[in-house]
Design a protein around this ligand. Structure first.
Ligand SMILES: Cc1cc2nc3c(=O)[nH]c(=O)nc-3n(C[C@H](O)[C@H](O)[C@H](O)COP(=O)(O)OP(=O)(O)OC[C@H]3O[C@@H](n4cnc5c(N)ncnc54)[C@H](O)[C@@H]3O)c2cc1C
Ligand code: FES
Length: 275
């Protein structure tokens, strides 16, 4: 059992939990994730490590309540315990001194890009982070991202805070201005990651995205997370979750993500009826 030591409501339907998991905290690296099971019969859901603290023995997860399992997790309070937390899983982000890198985080993906930006900055890169949300209320982890980056640019779709528009518009302006960007890393909703890839491709800038297919075991056994990248099949849990954005079959990813939409809706309806 894994005790929740801190719980924060950080935006509507978005929560941050610090969970006591010293063995996982000790091994965590940027870009990795854990698989959580709220109860013994609960679904296994992957969540990215937004942070960790080896001294306190905690890991930080940030999640959006989108269905039954995340709603169950969101109902936990400080002092409650999560049935199972497995990790760290997935390959860590490739971190080295590239020069100038841009980290793009969209929505709850800002939490996931946070340790990547920090690790890249610590490796001596000039890290420009562009974080975007639909509106100011939904913007998360601004201060943490400011610390993790050399420069921070905030965007909102509705213009309620920061630049009025999408992160991809800011990124395109930088590329047009011939900023010497060596690498772009984007984490967020699939449309954002797809458009970041489409934005950088004509400029030939290497772009990495962190894919979020449905996962079950998270250890390469079930095949549920398979993705097509450059015409080859990979398992995102063990081969990723990071892949070259210019090679990802995003249509295939979206199709597979929606495979259980009916069952997911039914599970949520039943959960809400019984609440
Ligand atoms: C490696 C990895 C890391 C992830 N990290 C985070 C994270 O840090 N924070 C976070 O909030 N979420 C993260 N996700 C997504 C998260 O796992 C799903 O939102 C969660 O499993 C949904 O479970 P549910 O039962 O609450 O909703 P479900 O009932 O399973 O789904 C409800 C709705 O959400 C959509 N959905 C389901 N799974 C996903 C998914 N994987 N990606 C996008 N949409 C989905 C469905 O299409 C459906 O419309 C990550 C996914 C992966 C694969
Ligand atoms: S989640 Fe089962 S193989 Fe990746």
């Amino acid at each position: 059992m894994y005790e929740i030591v801190v719980k924060q409501d950080i935006a509507p339907k978005e929560k941050l939990l610090d969970v006591y998991a010293p063995q996982i905290a000790k091994k965590s690296q940027a870009g990795q994730f854990v698989i959580i099971q709220t109860h013994d019969e609960g679904e296994r859901i992957p969540l990215t490590l937004a942070d960790w603290d080896t001294e306190r023995g905690t890991i930080t997860i940030v999640f959006q309540e989108v269905g039954k399992s995340t709603a169950l997790l969101g109902a936990f309070e400080e002092g409650d315990s999560i049935f199972s937390v497995v990790g760290p899983l997935g390959r860590p982000s490739h971190v080295e001194k590239f020069g100038m890198v841009v980290c793009v985080g969209g929505g709850v993906g800002i939490a996931a890009v946070h340790p990547i930006a920090r690790a890249l900055k610590e490796a001596g890169n000039h890290v420009i982070s562009i974080i975007g949300a639909r509106n100011k209320e939904l913007l998360i982890m601004e201060e943490q991202m400011r610390l993790a980056s050399t420069e921070l640019i905030v965007t909102t779709d509705d213009g309620s805070y920061g630049f009025h528009g999408f992160p991809t518009q800011v990124l395109k302006d930088m590329l047009d201005d011939k900023k010497p960007i060596e690498r772009v890393i984007a984490v967020g909703p699939v449309p954002l990651m797809r458009f970041v890839g489409l934005t950088t491709e004509p400029y030939g800038v290497k772009t990495i995205v962190s894919l979020n297919p449905i996962m079950v075991d998270g250890t390469g056994m079930c095949g549920g997370c398979r993705v097509s990248v450059g015409g080859q099949t990979f398992f995102a849990c063990v081969d990723g979750p990071e892949f070259d954005a210019h090679l990802v079959d995003f249509d295939g990813l979206v199709k597979r993500q929606r495979a259980y939409l009916h069952q997911e809706r039914c599970a949520m309806d039943r959960y809400q009826e019984n609440e």
